[in-house]
Design a protein around this ligand. Structure first.
Ligand SMILES: [Zn+2]
Length: 362
């Protein structure tokens, strides 16, 4: 008989194990259920062998494409008209956040280049940003390292912007990543908050290794961290911990050079923490070392415990913000009455001076 909670017909896409069980740690700040009304509801599962968390079922591809091209990228300022939708060419704060994420890249490659000098892009290199939308991340890359960039994304509007506004003329709209290959393999590929959206991480890593990167190329990945993010996003197909991301990369023929947790200072203060994301740099290798899945002992209780810790921190941030606002209100209230009083006193002083000096001012 099946153990309760176990879903034997679900095979882990990372390690092939059939030991996958439902996984739903949650709290007020980290909900497990999606509030999206366009895409069908999903359930998250944990692979007990490799620790990957994945959602099932995936929504139909037509719905996902529609979602990415419409709702996902649509700003609150969008104008719906008879012929379609007009929207802002640049969307703040999302576009700015994409640009700002480059600071994690700098921190990572500057650390790695101490041991591997080629790990940072130069003015001779091209960085291919997979899922890079408008190219804001590459804009930061070209300003910092002088490199060229190619954005690859499903979103036509984003690619137009990257070509025309940012000058990444080789950027291209793709229907499927598996059909994409640059005319010349690149030394760097980046996937910044894109890898959690792919339907088959190992297949994507294999394709990047074979068709996108040079044999010694580097792949930079930033994804939400299992221990610091909620599981409610209906298009986050996989959620990684440090251990499961390392295993996924190693078993796909990459050597992990850097893998740390980090934050995003532009994320809402209640959500941001130094455990919000995973920052990773890996190198494609011809003879990968054998890798063993780390298991998932106590993962559910550890994630739940971390949610509780981060929720307490979020509440403390709310109180600190409220305290600062209250202190400001007191400051302005006192300041207002003191200044008014001073002003009355000043008027009287001026009147006295006028009287004493016999001046007549009009
Ligand atoms: Zn697995």
């Amino acid at each position: 008989m099946k153990p309760p909670n176990r879903v034997s017909d679900l095979e882990c896409a990372i390690c092939g194990s059939l030991s996958c069980k439902t996984f739903a740690p949650q709290s007020l700040f980290f909900p497990a259920a999606s509030s999206n009304t366009v895409l069908p509801k999903h359930t998250n599962y944990l692979c007990e062998a490799c620790g990957i968390v994945f959602m099932h079922p995936h929504p139909p591809q037509e719905l996902v494409t529609k979602y990415y091209n419409e709702v996902y990228r649509e700003s609150v300022y969008a104008i719906h008209h008879a012929n379609g939708v007009a929207d802002l060419p640049v969307q703040f704060p999302e576009s700015a956040a994409s640009f700002a994420r480059f600071s994690n890249f700098i921190q990572c490659v500057e650390q790695v280049r101490k041991k591997y000098p080629g790990a940072a892009p130069s003015s001779h290199d091209t960085v291919i940003d997979i899922g890079g939308y408008q190219g804001m991340f590459l804009s930061a890359a070209s300003q910092v390292y002088g490199c060229d960039g190619i954005v690859v994304d499903y979103n036509e509007r984003g690619i137009n912007f990257s070509q025309k506004a940012l000058g990444f003329t080789r950027s291209s709209v793709i229907a499927s990543l598996y059909d994409y290959a640059p005319s010349e393999p690149a030394k760097f590929a980046t996937m910044v908050h894109a890898f959690e959206h792919v339907d088959n991480p190992r297949k994507v890593l294999d394709h990047i290794k074979r068709a996108v990167l040079r044999p010694d190329g580097y792949l930079y990945i930033e994804v939400p961290n299992l221990f610091g993010s909620s599981l409610s996003d209906p298009v986050h197909y996989f959620t990684f911990s440090k251990e499961s991301l390392r295993y996924t990369l190693e078993v796909s023929g990459y050597q992990v050079l850097y893998l740390e947790t980090g934050g995003n200072k532009h994320a809402p203060a209640t959500i941001n923490s130094d455990e919000l994301v995973l920052i990773c740099l890996a190198r494609s290798v011809s003879t990968p070392k054998p890798s063993q899945p780390s298991g998932a002992k106590n993962t559910a209780s550890l994630v739940q415990k971390n949610y509780a810790k981060l929720s307490r921190r979020a509440i403390a941030v709310q109180f600190r913000t409220a305290g600062n606002e209250f202190a400001k209100a007191i400051y302005y209230t006192i300041g207002h009455f003191v200044l008014e009083k001073l002003s009355t006193d000043l008027q009287r002083t001026v009147a006295k001076i006028k009287k004493w000096s016999g001046l007549r001012l009009h």
